[in-house]
Design a protein around this ligand. Structure first.
Ligand SMILES: [Fe+2]
Ligand SMILES: [Fe+2]
Length: 162
């Protein structure tokens, strides 16, 4: 594995996400630490997901054999974003915040485990080394731009979804 490949780069981010999530899980109430880490995680996850879609999923979406997996993952990105926005709209000192955070933790860890163990190995079968190198460069460029634009946006999730 070389550090020019897209999948190594994405896994590097995922490891940072795992670490941030574990650290937030150890914080208490409306502490400065929880506030700072949650903001950092929100901007990081939003920028990562957008750049991942632009650098990798856009290509995988238009290859018929990887369309379904891609669609599944993009739908999960949307759910993660809704959970982050709902958390931002929830009183951080309440028990509800931690309950919602545990849902985010469960769903996000599932998402990145599935990407790493199932999707990425399938995607790699349809890509050349040059594709992967190019995608990594696109990812790095887009991640910087998306991060600069990313925001914490409090939006309560509707309980009764139709
Ligand atoms: Fe993802
Ligand atoms: Fe990812």
């Amino acid at each position: 594995m070389s550090d020019t490949e897209i999948f190594d780069r994405l896994k590097q981010d995922h490891d940072l996400h795992r670490e941030l999530i574990a650290r937030i899980g150890e914080t208490h109430g409306e502490s400065d630490e929880r506030k700072e880490l949650f903001e950092k995680l929100t901007l990081e996850l939003k920028a990562h997901a957008s750049a991942e879609e632009q650098a990798l999923y856009s290509t995988m979406m238009r290859k018929p054999r990887t369309t379904d997996e891609t669609r599944h993952s993009v739908a999960e990105h949307h759910e993660i974003e809704e959970l982050l926005n709902d958390l931002a709209a929830t009183d951080m000192s309440s028990g509800a915040w931690l309950t919602k955070f545990r849902t985010l933790e469960h769903d996000y860890l599932h998402h990145i485990d599935e990407e790493e163990n199932d999707h990425f190995p399938d995607f790699a079968k349809h890509l050349t080394r040059d594709d992967e190198t190019h995608m990594r460069a696109v990812f790095d460029r887009r991640k910087r731009a998306e991060k600069a634009d990313a925001k914490v946006t409090p939006v309560e999730m509707e309980d009764a979804k139709e």
